[in-house]
Design a protein around this ligand. Structure first.
Ligand code: FES
Length: 568
C-alpha cells in the first residue's frame, strides 16, 4: 500500500481507517486486471465526452487510444471516465442550457475520483467551455484536447462545410433559388467527416481560445479531426498531462487576467463566434476574473481582423490549419499580447513565439500591417434598449446597415416568429428592424441560437440578403448578418427589450456603439408598469430545469450559475 497522496491513494473514501480504504480500493481496482506495478503509478484521468448523440466526437475512441499511449510513455496510468456530452444539434431546448451541467459533472468527477492530472476531450460548441469551466473550478493540472474540425465536402463544383453553407443554402431554398431536390442532395453533403464544424464557428473559436489561454498544446487547435497529426496531438496531450504530475501547473496559473485578455484579442482577430464571449466570460468568472463588454470594445478598437475564414471570409478550418493556425495569428498580434503568460507546457507565450516560426499562407492569415479589417470582428452596443450591453458581429454584417433608424416589427416569442414570419400579410419592409423577445437565458427557450431570424419569405424573394435583427438570443458562430444579440437584461426578466412594440423607432449606431429605443421615458415607464412575465416561475418547475431557471445569470455574466463562482 502506498502512503503517498498520489494515484489510487488520492481522495480516499472515508471509513475512519485510512489503510483499510487503500486496501479496499486496490482490491476493486485489481478486478479491472491491472498489475500491482500499474496500480502504483500516478493517474491521468481522461474525461471522455464521446456520445452516440455527438457526431463531432465520432473519432474519440481512436483519439482516446492515442492519449492513453502518451500517458503510458511517461509512466502514468491512464484511466478514462465518461462525462455528459453536448452534441449541438441534438439537444432541446438548446445546448447552452446544459453547458453548466456538463461543467459541474466535469468539475465534480475530476475532484472526486483519484487522479493527479486530467486530459479533457471535448470539441463540439459547448463542451470545451464546459470542460474549461470545470477544470478552472477543480484546479487540478489539466490539458484541453479538442476534437479538431471536419473536412470540407463538395456539391457539384462548390466546396461545402458545415455550417455556414447550411444556412447559405437554406436561405437560397427559402428564396426559391434552390429546389427541394437540390436541398435534399446538399443535406447529405454538408457534414461528411467526424470533427467540429468546418468554419470559424463556436467550436473552432473555443479551440483557438483554449490554445491561446495556454490550456491546449501549441499548434493543436486547428488540426483536422481526421488528420494523423490529431492522433499525435492526442498522444502528446497524454504525455503533457503525465509530465504535469511531477511539475504541477494548475489551471489557475494558466488562465489569468492576462491570458484571458490575450484570448479576447485572438477572438477579435479571428472574427470569431459571438458565443465565445459568453463562454470566455463564464470560464474567467470561475477564477474571479472579470470580463466586461467595455473592455471588449477597448480591445476591439485596437485589434485587427486577420483571418479570412467563413462565416466572415471565404476559407475553412482545414485551410487555417495548413496556413499556419493559431501560432501564425499569435505572431502577428505579438506586440498587443501579454507574453509572460504561462501554458501547460511550462513555457511562456513569449518563449513559444521565439521558437514558433513557420510558413504562413497570406490568403488565409493576413499580416497585422495589412489586415482584413483594421478593428476587431465583435463590438458591444449599449443604450436604453440594452443597458447592460448587446453584441454585434460587425465583421459578418452588412456595413450599409450600421448607421440606421428603423421601425420595429416585434415577435414576442419563437413560437410567434414561426407562426407569422412567412405570413404574406405581415406588415414589414426590408428597412424595418425585426425584434425577437423572450429568447434570453431565463426564458422558456433558454437562449437558443435563434438570433439569426429568418428573413420573411416575401422579403427574401425580393433578393434581400440582410436586415437588422435584434434579440436576447444567441447566434450560431457559423451564421452571418446585421444581428444584434445577447441584449441584456433580457425581455423575460423585464429588460427594456420587453417594452418594444410594433411601430416603435429604434436607432442603431455601430460608430457610437449605441442601440436606442426612441420612445420617451414616461411611455416606457407606463409600459413597464403593465408588464408581466410569461415565464413559469422556478418553484413550479422541477429538477435541473428549476435550478437553471432560478440560478442562470444574464449574458454579460456568462450565463453561469451564480453559486459556481469562487468562494469569497
Ligand atoms: Fe458540433 Fe458544430 S455541431 S461543432
Amino acid at each position: 500500500m502506498s502512503d503517498k497522496e498520489q494515484g489510487l491513494s488520492r481522495g480516499l473514501t472515508n471509513y475512519g481507517d485510512r489503510d483499510f480504504s487503500v486496501y479496499l480500493r486496490n482490491s476493486f481496482a485489481s478486478s479491472m486486471g491491472y498489475s500491482r506495478d500499474m496500480l502504483k503509478r500516478p493517474i491521468v484521468g481522461i474525461a471522455n465526452s464521446f456520445s452516440g448523440f455527438n457526431n463531432c466526437h465520432r473519432h474519440f475512441p481512436e483519439l482516446l487510444d492515442a492519449v492513453k499511449r502518451g500517458v503510458l510513455m511517461e509512466g502514468g496510468l491512464p484511466i478514462e471516465f465518461p462525462t455528459i456530452s453536448l452534441g449541438e444539434v441534438f439537444l432541446s431546448p438548446t445546448s447552452l442550457k446544459f453547458r453548466n451541467l456538463m461543467s459541474m459533472d466535469t468539475e465534480e468527477m475530476v475532484r472526486a475520483q483519484p487522479m493527479d492530472a486530467v486530459v479533457l476531450m471535448g470539441g463540439c460548441d459547448k463542451t470545451v467551455p464546459a470542460q474549461l469551466m470545470g477544470a478552472a473550478s477543480a484546479d487540478l493540472p489539466a490539458v484541453q484536447l479538442v476534437a479538431g474540425p471536419m473536412m470540407t465536402s463538395r456539391y457539384q463544383e462548390e466546396r461545402l462545410g458545415a455550417c455556414t453553407d447550411c444556412r447559405r443554402f437554406w436561405s437560397k431554398y427559402r428564396a426559391k433559388e434552390v429546389t427541394t431536390e437540390q436541398i435534399n442532395d446538399i443535406e447529405g453533403r454538408l457534414a461528411t467527416t467526424s470533427g467540429t464544424c468546418a468554419v470559424m464557428g463556436t467550436a473552432s473559436t473555443m479551440a483557438c481560445i483554449a490554445e491561446t489561454l495556454g490550456m491546449s498544446l501549441p499548434g493543436t487547435a486547428a488540426i483536422p479531426a481526421v488528420h494523423a497529426d490529431r492522433l499525435r496531438a492526442g498522444e502528446e496531450s497524454g504525455r503533457a498531462a503525465a509530465r504535469m504530475i511531477l511539475n504541477p501547473i494548475k489551471p489557475s496559473q494558466v488562465m489569468t487576467e492576462k491570458s484571458v485578455e490575450n484570448a479576447l484579442r485572438v477572438l477579435l482577430a479571428l472574427g470569431g463566434s459571438t458565443n465565445a464571449i459568453i463562454h470566455l466570460t463564464a470560464v474567467a468568472r470561475r477564477l474571479g476574473i472579470p470580463v466586461s463588454l467595455q473592455k471588449l470594445n477597448e480591445l476591439s478598437d485596437t485589434t485587427p481582423v486577420l483571418v479570412n475564414l467563413k462565416p466572415v471570409g471565404s476559407n475553412y478550418m482545414e485551410d487555417f490549419f495548413f496556413a499556419g493556425g493559431v501560432g501564425a495569428v499569435l505572431r502577428e498580434l505579438k506586440p498587443l499580447l501579454h507574453l509572460d503568460t504561462l501554458s501547460i507546457t511550462g513555457q511562456t507565450l513569449g518563449d513559444r513565439l521565439e521558437q514558433d516560426e513557420g510558413w504562413v499562407d497570406r490568403r488565409v492569415i493576413a499580416k497585422a500591417s495589412e489586415p482584413l479589417e483594421p478593428q476587431g470582428g465583435l463590438v458591444a452596443l449599449f443604450g436604453n434598449l440594452a443597458p447592460r450591453g448587446a453584441i454585434l458581429k460587425r465583421s459578418a454584417a452588412d456595413k450599409t446597415l450600421f448607421e440606421k433608424e428603423g421601425r420595429a416589427v416585434v415577435f414576442t416569442s419563437l413560437a410567434d416568429l414561426a407562426a407569422r414570419v412567412d405570413d404574406p400579410d405581415l406588415d414589414i419592409t426590408k428597412d424595418d428592424f425585426m425584434v425577437l423577445q423572450n429568447a434570453g437565458p431565463k426564458s422558456e427557450s433558454g437562449m437558443p441560437e435563434a438570433g439569426y431570424l429568418p428573413l420573411p419569405r416575401k422579403i427574401a424573394e425580393q433578393g434581400v440578403k440582410d436586415m437588422v435583427r435584434i434579440s436576447d438570443a444567441r447566434m450560431s458562430g457559423t451564421a452571418f448578418g446585421t444581428i444584434v444579440l445577447h441584449v441584456a437584461p433580457e425581455a423575460s426578466v423585464g429588460g427594456p427589450l420587453a417594452l418594444v412594440r410594433n411601430g416603435d423607432r429604434i436607432k442603431l449606431s455601430v460608430k457610437e456603439r449605441r442601440i436606442e429605443l426612441l420612445v420617451d421615458d414616461a411611455e416606457l415607464e407606463s409600459r413597464r408598469a403593465e408588464w408581466v412575465s410569461d415565464n413559469v416561475p422556478p418553484e413550479q418547475r422541477r429538477g435541473y430545469d428549476r435550478l437553471y431557471a432560478s440560478e442562470v445569470m444574464q449574458a454579460d455574466e456568462g450565463c453561469d450559475f451564480a453559486f459556481l463562482g469562487p468562494v469569497d
